[in-house]
Design a protein around this ligand. Sequence first.
Ligand SMILES: Nc1ncnc2c1ncn2[C@@H]1O[C@H](COP(=O)(O)OP(=O)(O)OP(=O)(O)O)[C@@H](O)[C@H]1O
Length: 280
Amino acid sequence: MSTAAAEQIPGRAEGDGIAARARGLTKAYGSGETAVLALDSVDVDIARGRFTAVMGPSGSGKSTLMHCLAGLDTVSAGQVWLGGTEITGLKDRELTRLRRDRIGFMFQSFNLIPTLNAAENITLPMDIAGQKPDQKWLDQVIDTLGLRERLKHRPAQLSGGQQQRVACARALASRPELIFADEPTGNLDSRAGLEVLGFLREAVDELGQTVVMVTHDPGAAAHSDLVLFLADGRIVDEMERPSAEAVLERMKRFDTARVTFDGERGTPGGGSGDVTPDKD
Ligand SMILES: Nc1ncnc2c1ncn2[C@@H]1O[C@H](COP(=O)(O)OP(=O)(O)OP(=O)(O)O)[C@@H](O)[C@H]1O
């Protein structure tokens, strides 16, 4: 579960099946009149060995949540743990090492190095860190992702889907505790996107990985075990075993709520009532 565990003693996350945890996570950008509250006291537990999707309207704080959980961004208030380690308050160097050792990233732009072949791209972060890949694990990742025949190809010689699979393998190569994926299918056609989602699903089911994915796409979210819905910097709902239809329906209610509260063309009471500015 995610939000329901808010009352537990925080920080005791090592053996309790929680890969990442936030309590009172608040992030404000700017100050004075231009200040934006991107995250408003968020409590969340990311369960180990599960595939969690984060959805919500544009500007609701999805990327900010991911960046704060991954230690890519500082927080304004609150605490974040990765496994049993509190990362809020860590020095830059410690944070960099922790990210390198324990987190894999997949972004919309694959960030592959054009002059390196697929195999070299996959192990690059480990090479830079001076780590030796676990060859058995690496072989398993490469075979699971169907990249065995493409290892000598450079990115330009690969399709978009294959490039994203290389990015996926790179994120998995060091067997990170947690993989953060930000719109990993955003640049792909639907077939390639489905492939990548299938591989992320397999990474969870067959390789025991933990995945957190930010997405706008209800179809993509349907591959997850749990969807967290963000609105106005707060987690306002969650859905277990989501279907694309159910997620789409839930997202539509955000639109209705937003239009209603903007007072432009809303039908009073037309929204779910779940997502109000003064909820809680
Ligand atoms: N560096 C920044 N400086 C100022 N405001 C920011 C910054 N980054 C994000 N914000 C603001 O914080 C809020 C949350 O942004 P965030 O990118 O987390 O939303 P999102 O849900 O990921 O949006 P999208 O779906 O459009 O990518 C937005 O109002 C955004 O304008």
